[in-house]
Design a protein around this ligand. Sequence first.
Ligand code: MRU
Length: 351
Amino acid sequence: MQYEPLIPNRLDEERGALVILDQTLLPAEVVYRPLYTTDEICHAIKTLQVRGAPAIGVAAAYGAYLAARNACRDSMESFFADFTAACDALAASRPTAVNLFWALRRMGACAEKHRGEALDAVVSALLAEAKAIHEEDIAQNFAISRFGLELLRPGDGILTHCNAGPIATSRYGTALGPILLGQERGYGFHVFADETRPLLQGARLTAFELYRAGVDVTLICDNMASMVMKNGWVQACLVGCDRVAANGDTANKIGTSGVAILAKHYGIPFYVCGPTTTVDLDTPDGAHIPIEQRDPEEIRSLWYKAPMAPPCKMYNPAFDVTDHSLIAGIVTEKGVARPPYTQSLKNLMAK
Ligand code: MRU
């Protein structure tokens, strides 16, 4: 793609740092932060400095490598104790996106495979594994962009929720990948970006990424999606995902399920885009997906000079689950899964 995206995660091998783009400061400032310790990386994931399911998987993989690099080398046991403690801490940073656990499982398996070799060799193997996870995510996102673009027509209006762009992945993006690829190929899409309360990933990140890529993007408040659809301005909805259960139920940013229900009402196809690293066949359905609850002050205080609501009770789930019956297709790097998902996802994963 000619469009030069921002890079959410980069390893600085010389300094022994994971350099992240601090997404909490966008769009006002583009700041890259070097992170050296497991604590710093956990904090960056929890506070959404680095966010988006594939991007936190990559951050965790580099975090595991850095933990191994800095682990106690007195003995194989002390090395593995440090490494395992770091992986456990990283795994506790956020609960919903399965990419985090997938990446850490893969790093753990790599370490086990090399257990018994010189510690330098174990650390080198972990470096290679983290880089492979990163590279694979880039390739997967590009494939998703190509498959997703095949579902769209030039001039389409597309509605998206939250941010599933290059900064939520390693490059290209999942839901924004087809849009950005289409932009390069002159498709002339018109994109509606839900602002995505309460953390405004749609306004701060999606509108920003699409605008700087030259895409015709219109920012709307979440409660305007129905109006925009009713006006006939939306031909497809594209969203990302944090975990796809075996039956196709999909967790994504809070508000996604409402968009899917509206899309069904207006007869608009609703597509979920994500790499197979986000598909979790061990989770049977959406009821089994853990949903992150975040500090309710994000609703009342985060974006305001003074609290904008009384000190009443608040409820701030970070994700919701879209029922599989509302999803027209799940676009992965291996192709598009169609209903019934229990079979199609299993087939896709076996490819
Ligand atoms: O809380 P966030 O900002 O990490 O939530 C992100 C989303 O819900 C994205 O849509 C999802 O992770 C897919 S990113 C390709």
